[in-house]
Write a protein that binds this ligand. Structure first.
Ligand code: ADP
Ligand code: ADP
Length: 227
């Protein structure tokens, strides 16, 4: 099954007045794709992210994640599925400030069935894979922006999700740091991860092998590049 399958999925906020934030759309993202989603502010990117990330249910149509029809799920099952299948990376990192890098990553394993005794070693390995093996005990405040985002990427990946969902992952970084974070995302993709990056930055979008555009709530396929 595709990782993401939207079938005439859309979302209208009830209002009043009702706002159609995402018009009904179809989309298939296969395992191992690297997809960029671009569009101006207010176009519906967050709405799309919330649907794909299982934070909001579409108000029409359906969303299948790894072939599982998410519309049929109870809230608790949707939360469990989100925790197991989706790794989130945010613009502002969302790290716990009083926890070290390895603690931040370890916390992501608590709810996914990883035995307690294995968690720290897996977290350390994930940090080594993002090039932070030497910084595992550092607090976020002691890390640079790029290092913080690497911790966040390690946290997103440690549970081996189906989908890495990134919301403006370079939005808080200077351009050189942004470049290295993008290279990390590409390396993760090269190892087989399905990556979806939401951005309004054209240089980030240019990295996608496939680009979707959202404009006034309408999702369209802007172009497909060969790898
Ligand atoms: P983007 O992330 O691209 O900036 P959003 O998905 O946040 O766009 O918003 C899409 C549209 O939906 C905008 O017109 C916005 O004002 C509207 N919107 C967002 N959230 C709500 C809400 N909770 N209730 C009503 N309208 C909303
Ligand atoms: P391995 O130890 O599995 O051979 P490496 O540690 O050499 O892999 O990493 C290969 C590339 O994958 C590196 O450029 C690294 O940045 C990137 N990468 C980082 N974190 C992950 C991850 N959690 N999963 C997959 N690839 C990752």
């Amino acid at each position: 099954a595709p990782v993401i399958e939207l079938r005439q999925a859309g979302l209208t906020y009830p209002g009043p007045p009702p706002v159609q934030a995402l018009a009904p759309c179809d989309l298939r993202v296969e395992r191992g794709e690297f997809v960029a989603v671009v569009g101006p502010s207010g176009a519906g990117k967050s709405t799309f992210l919330n649907i794909v990330g299982l934070l909001d249910a579409p108000t029409c149509g359906s969303y299948l994640l790894d072939g599982v029809d998410t519309g049929a799920l109870k809230d608790a099952d949707r939360t469990t599925l989100r925790g197991r299948r989706i790794g989130f990376v945010f613009q502002s990192f969302h790290l716990l400030p009083h926890r070290s890098a390895v603690e931040n990553v370890t916390l992501a394993l608590i709810h996914n069935g990883t035995p307690r005794k294995d968690r720290a070693a897996r977290a350390r390995h994930a940090l080594e894979q993002v090039g932070l093996g030497h910084r595992i005990d550092a607090l976020p405040t002691a890390l640079s922006g790029g290092e913080r985002q690497r911790v966040a990427i390690a946290r997103a990946l440690v549970g081996e999700p189906s989908l890495l969902l990134c919301d403006e992952p370079t939005g808080n970084l200077d351009s050189a740091t942004a470049h290295s974070v993008l290279e990390l995302l590409e390396a993760v993709h090269a190892k087989g991860m399905t990556v979806l990056v939401i951005t309004h930055d054209p240089t980030v979008a240019a990295r996608g092998r496939r680009t979707l555009t959202i404009q006034d709530g309408a999702l369209t396929e802007a172009g497909r590049r060969s790898r």
